[in-house]
Design a protein around this ligand. Structure first.
Ligand SMILES: Cc1cc2nc3c(=O)[nH]c(=O)nc-3n(C[C@H](O)[C@H](O)[C@H](O)COP(=O)(O)OP(=O)(O)OC[C@H]3O[C@@H](n4cnc5c(N)ncnc54)[C@H](O)[C@@H]3O)c2cc1C
Length: 457
């Protein structure tokens, strides 16, 4: 074999990359990334993710250069650009990772047809972006699992392939043109506390996490102020880290923290196998409850208050402000803010999911849309009508109020548990809150509206 193309998509790494390793067996390899016009046209190119992506591409290029290669960058329609590069270099084959969204799968089919028409082959590799491939485990009666617990049992019994080392050398054919590497400095509208992207950064974070964080994960992962989760989600989203390698390395450590962490990786695969089997779940209810949601028009002020972190419920506001500041939010915050929007405010979950996708650096169709549906009760939750109370949850998961005080400066001086119920403050203490709002809705009223709306469907 003479020339192959390694097409990178959501797998921007050199370590444990079956597609890259296979492509690097050719005499010459073109490591290619196409800035996909389709992703921009679909409104998915949020500034925070574009910046993280720019870091990832720079780091990937640096890693390839250490191995004698470089990254080739093009922009446009992925199928057109890959075909052009394959024609320019007379490549025999193209390697890419399997993906689950409707868009990614249609893109893959178009690419396969276009390459085959020119006598070239497309190889699609599983277990690059998931630990267990969607469809590798299925129940007897369906093409996917709709309930996590039995899925996890089967997932845990799967043999995981051994992680691969990075290729030692990558030899790129001469004369292949590339656009300049993008840089985050030219991107406007970034969250000020946005994380840095790239495989080197991801591996540093991972090593630190396995050394220092994971043992306490089971005890602390829900405690908001402890901030004791891995923060690896953007690296998993962009594929700068491999889920197979993560599962292997965590399992080697053993113990309840490692087990709980591996379980979360299974949740990620779970949502991917749901989306692969039901691509419409990205936008349509997975299990409709015939809700008559409030819309962007009928709930305009409530939606704005939620987005701005000005609902008057401190924990909700803290989490929404963390999202804006970091482009990331703690999982407990995501659950609470989603429950608050979809249930307490009874606003269409798609409006919340869209806002998350506009800001989240790990914003991911499978994880975001299906977690939103889980919390809205239209997804795979076996208790679809559960409503999380933002005050009792705050007292449980932010018992000292440290998380709220960190993100809501208006409440920084409120001592004790009243930080979660500032409307109970009186006199000067109340006046000291400045323009921090009163609750935009009574929880009991919100609950009654949700129950009426859902029952009336
Ligand atoms: C409404 C809502 C929206 C969400 N949107 C996204 C999203 O767009 N992208 C995203 O990656 N995650 C999303 N999640 C899942 C979860 O909140 C994040 O993965 C997690 O908070 C990331 O932080 P971490 O890396 O420190 O997680 P850790 O707790 O350290 O977990 C390790 C990894 O497991 C995976 N994981 C953890 N929890 C979940 C879960 N509930 N579902 C699926 N995978 C999980 C993630 O890849 C995560 O990086 C969402 C959850 C909710 C409730």
């Amino acid at each position: 074999m003479n020339v192959s193309v390694a097409l990178f998509t959501a797998d921007l790494r050199l370590h444990d990359h079956p597609g890259l390793r296979a492509a690097a067996e050719a005499r010459r390899t073109v490591p290619l990334f196409v800035r996909d016009r389709g992703v921009t046209d679909a409104g998915f190119a949020a500034p925070n993710r574009l910046a993280f992506l720019a870091d990832c591409l720079r780091d990937l290029d640096a890693g390839l250069r250490e191995r004698g290669g470089r990254l080739v960058i093009r922009s446009g329609d992925v199928v057109d650009e890959v075909c052009k590069v394959a024609a320019e270099t007379d490549a025999d084959e193209v390697h890419m990772a399997a993906d689950v969204s409707d868009y990614a799968r249609r893109r893959e089919q178009r690419l396969r047809r276009a390459l085959e028409a020119e006598g070239r082959r497309l190889h699609v590799h599983d277990t690059v972006t998931t630990a267990v491939a969607p469809g590798a485990v299925t129940p007897a009666s369906s093409d996917h699992f709709a309930v996590f617990t039995p899925y996890f049992r089967h997932w845990s019994g799967q043999h995981l392939r051994a992680p691969l080392t990075a290729p030692r050398t990558v030899c790129v054919p001469e004369g292949v043109g590339s656009e300049e590497l993008p840089s985050r400095t030219s991107i406007v509208g970034l969250s000020p506390g946005l994380a840095t992207g790239g495989e080197a950064e991801g591996r540093k974070l991972l090593n630190r996490w396995l050394r220092n964080g994971i043992t306490e994960y089971e005890n602390l992962h829900d405690t908001l102020a402890a901030d004791a989760t891995s923060h690896l989600s953007p690296h998993l989203h962009f594929g700068t880290l491999s889920p197979v390698e993560l599962a292997h390395r965590a399992r080697q450590l053993d113990g309840p923290g490692a087990e709980a962490f591996v379980r979360q990786l299974a949740w990620r695969d779970f949502h991917r196998q749901v989306l692969a089997a039901r691509p419409s779940a990205a936008t349509a209810d997975y299990r409709t409850k015939h809700d008559r949601w409030r819309s962007a028009r009928t709930a305009r002020e409530d939606i704005a208050a939620w987005q701005e972190g000005r609902t008057g419920y401190p924990l909700i506001d803290a989490a929404m402000r963390q999202l804006r500041h970091e482009g990331w939010m703690h999982n407990r915050g995501r659950l609470l803010t989603a429950s608050f929007l979809a249930k307490t405010l009874y606003v269409d979950w798609r409006i919340g999911a869209r806002h998350f996708l506009d800001l989240l650096v790990d914003g991911d169709v499978a994880n975001n849309q299906l977690n939103w549906q889980w919390m809205a009760g239209t997804g795979t939750d076996s208790r679809p009508n559960r409503v999380l109370n933002p005050v009792t949850q705050a007292k449980r998961y932010d018992p000292d109020g440290a998380y709220v005080r960190r993100w809501v400066p208006e409440l920084a001086r409120v001592e004790g548990p009243l930080v979660h119920e500032p409307w109970k403050l009186r006199g000067l203490d109340r006046a000291a809150l400045g323009d921090y709002p009163d609750p935009i809705v009574e929880l009991a009223d919100g609950l009654a509206r949700f129950r009426r709306g859902r029952a009336g469907g």
